[in-house]
Design a protein around this ligand. Structure first.
Ligand code: PEP
Length: 251
């Protein structure tokens, strides 16, 4: 049985006061971490304030990291420092980073190694653009992204990794993939992991769907066999919605 994981991606949103208020609201409400992993991925300067208030049932994640741990890399974020601050997760290869900041499968791969080296749990995003889906290239894109991301990653490390299938056309657009489309692509990704690492790793790896998930559609999405949770942007900014979606994952 794979434990569900619901991760909020706050992107470049939330003031300090809003974040503190969110933590206050969720603190008593989240189900036990034994049943579901609840994660909030926030901007780096907020880490300390969130970690101080995270309680037992919430984990904190970053939205990016650099592949070197230290040095002359002005403006970048060190995985080693994230670990010092007791951050648990890090999103790698989000489509916004791929489209606006030149992230490639190669940089995603280097960042996965940096995360693993620093004992951070990577949430690795993959997903196709609308034109790619419309021209039946979804599986080719996913194959390239998955094989590129996990190049030389050992099977033993795959158990620390979460994959987020995020069709780019469904992120922040209000357009959700149908539960069937999401399941089909998550099953395809699980098949790729099986091809690369065998049955055991493929059965154990957690695959999330991301793209306009909200309380109204989460039940159907996570009822699917190959979908083990969700990576959620907009709807994770409201504490009551986040709690509702985490609770839905436990049902
Ligand atoms: C995301 O930020 O990864 C995301 C899926 O955003 P949204 O839920 O707003 O589509």
């Amino acid at each position: 049985m794979r434990k569900p994981i619901i991760a909020g991606n706050w992107k470049m949103n939330m003031s300090r006061d809003e974040a503190i208020n969110f933590m206050y609201q969720v603190s008593e409400e989240l189900p036990s971490i034994d049943l579901v992993d609840s994660v909030i991925c926030a901007q780096a300067p907020m880490m300390r304030c969130l970690i101080k208030r995270q309680g037992e049932n919430l984990r904190i994640g970053a939205q990016n990291l650099y592949w070197e741990d230290a040095g002359a890399f002005t403006g970048e974020l060190s995985g080693k420092l994230l670990k010092d601050y007791k951050v648990d997760y890090v999103i790698i290869g989000h489509s916004e980073r791929r489209s606006y900041f030149g992230e490639t499968d190669e940089t995603v791969n280097k960042k996965i190694f940096a995360a693993l080296r620093n004992e951070l749990l990577p949430i690795v995003c993959v997903g196709e653009q609308l034109e790619e889906r419309e021209s039946n290239k979804t599986n080719d894109v996913l194959t390239k992204q998955v094989k590129g991301a996990f190049k030389d990653v050992k099977a033993i490390d795959m158990e620390k990794i979460v994959i987020a299938y995020e069709p780019v056309w469904a992120i922040g657009t209000g357009k959700t993939a149908t539960a069937e489309q999401a399941e089909e692509s998550c099953a395809f990704i699980r098949g790729l992991v099986k091809e690369l690492y065998g049955d055991v790793v493929a059965d154990e790896i957690r695959i999330q769907y991301g793209g306009s998930v909200k309380p109204a559609n989460i039940d159907e999405i996570i009822s699917k066999e190959n979908i083990d949770g969700a990576l959620i942007g907009g709807a994770s900014l409201k504490a009551d919605m986040f709690i509702e979606m985490v609770k839905a994952a436990v049902k």
